[in-house]
Design a protein around this ligand. Structure first.
Ligand code: SF4
Length: 481
């Protein structure tokens, strides 16, 4: 597959600590294993990773099969500092970064495995892989069709505007990550297929759009991981928001990142780490808030000295760090893990923000947790922590109509129901309104839910259909059958 090669090239171009000139990670992996400078480890290195040698050949082959469909990337810091290799395969960071056999269903796995064993022509493997990817819902919640802003000049590439007050920006230089999460709902961004990709190449598209939308208060810079970008690239996007009064209405800048887990040196020892911290300081000093939307799945991710130093340095800029993550089978599907994670985050000055439900895309079959269980994990963990950690919301489904929170399971007039509520909605009027779905112990996503009390539709369905102009809405195609 070419996908990892392409992703690596993009990353080295974007990252401050790329490989030394003329030094190819593919040809001299050992030298890149120093761990001081960032160097991605990809699917083509699977046979060279010393820690994987204790796995059976069959297991390593399974990794190759899965990583031909879903993106794989790691780095030396993740492998040496975050994974407890004595606890593999159960180790949570191993689970979220290394491909596992169960991430593809049996038929898809066997199809690719058979082609690879037969050494089939690349075009046959590519065709099978493309077919499988298409069936893994590469753009959940209609993000490719429904959220792309239109202006008189046409479509604005690399932006999404789903909720009135918030614009999402996907800078092209930030559409990769220091490592890839095997459950990522943005996995399609990383497979080297341009038809799957959302990305902006120029700052002007972002700035023109924001200047023309005074009702937007929040900008979320996302990816991939925007913190793979060099500081000077980030500065091109952020500095005008500080300097130009046309952007006075942009009050809050959020940056989604997992660099505090996968490469905390970004803020500590990378060549332009200090410049990034100064840039964030300038944004804060200008009167705008900076929220680092940090992605932590497990307390094991922020236990290193360099990880804690990165958190301290980021907080010292005046930025606030908020944490968010999905509940995942094999990783964090127990209340004790969340309780400890939230407690330790509060002690480090991080604000617990969201628990998500694993989205209906990619390797969902491997990571999904029934809604009933996710809610129970959330509820039990919440009861065990102090008020300072109860800032967290969820469990929440980021679905086509909006962010829907599972408030609980109740019996109403003799019927067992899920109590749900919009935390964000395509129509702001929906936010906060409770509604009910018939209890289904196996439901893992909105499309498995039907309205309670014999109702035919949820209250927002007709309006949603109008808003989306009759486009098919994945979450309701099943419920409507
Ligand atoms: S760091 Fe974020 S965007 Fe990157 S793979 Fe993980 S979840 Fe996806």
């Amino acid at each position: 597959m070419t996908s990892d090669h392409e992703a690596s090239a993009r990353h080295d171009d974007a990252h401050a600590g790329g490989s030394p000139a003329g030094h190819s990670p593919a040809t001299s992996l050992t030298a890149d294993f120093s761990g001081e400078r960032f160097s991605p480890i990809t699917a083509r290195h699977l046979d060279e990773i010393p820690q994987l040698q204790k796995l059976s050949g069959e297991d390593r082959f399974a990794m190759k099969v899965v990583s031909s469909v879903l993106p794989f990337r790691s780095n030396r810091y993740v492998m040496d500092s975050l994974i407890d290799w004595d606890n593999v395969p159960r180790d949570p960071v191993y689970q979220i970064t290394f491909p596992q056999r169960g991430m593809l269903d049996d038929a898809d796995f066997d199809r690719v495995a058979d082609l690879m064993k037969r050494d089939a022509p690349a075009k046959d493997v590519n065709a099978a892989v493309a077919d499988i990817r298409d069936r893994l819902n590469p753009h959940p919640a209609g993000q490719r069709e429904l959220n792309i802003p239109q202006t008189e000049q046409g479509t604005v590439e690399g932006l999404q505007h789903k909720y009135r007050e918030t614009v999402l920006f996907f800078p092209s230089q930030g559409q990769t990550c220091h490592a890839y999460c095997s459950f990522c709902f943005r996995w399609a961004q990383f497979v080297g297929d341009k038809t799957y990709k959302i990305a902006a190449n120029e700052a002007s598209g972002l700035h023109d759009y924001l200047a023309g939308h005074p009702d937007v208060s929040d900008l979320l810079i996302t990816g991939g991981d925007p913190m793979v970008m060099k500081t000077r690239v980030m500065e091109r996007y952020l500095q005008p928001l500080i300097d130009d009064p046309r952007f006075d209405h942009i009050r809050n800048i959020r940056i989604g990142t997992k660099a505090l887990t996968f490469w905390p040196r970004r803020f500590v020892t990378d060549g332009d780490a200090a410049d990034m911290l100064r840039l964030l300081e300038r944004v804060v000093a200008s009167g705008k808030s900076v929220a680092i939307m940090a992605h932590f799945n497990h307390w094991q991710e922020f236990g290193t000295d360099v990880g804690r130093e990165a958190i301290r340095l980021l907080r010292a800029t005046g930025a606030v760090i908020r944490s968010q993550a999905p509940a995942l089978a094999h990783v964090n599907d127990s209340p004790e893990i969340w309780e400890r994670m939230w407690r330790e985050q509060v002690a480090l000055g991080i604000i617990p923000y969201y628990m998500f439900v694993e989205r209906d895309t990619g390797a969902k079959c491997y990571f999904e947790v029934p809604l009933d269980k996710v809610w129970s994990i959330f509820n039990r963990a919440m009861r065990s922590v102090s008020g300072l950690a109860r800032t967290v919301r969820g469990p929440s489904m980021s679905a086509t109509p909006g962010k829907i929170e599972v408030l609980g399971v109740q019996e109403v007039h003799g019927e067992k129901v899920f109590v749900l509520r919009f935390l964000q909605g395509r129509n702001p009027e929906w936010v906060g309104r409770p509604f009910f779905a018939a209890f289904n112990p196996e439901a893992t996503w909105l499309n498995h839910l039907r309205p309670a009390f014999g109702e035919e539709k949820f209250f927002f369905e007709d309006e949603l259909a109008e808003m989306t102009g009759g486009a098919s809405i994945p979450e309701f195609s099943v419920a409507a059958e």
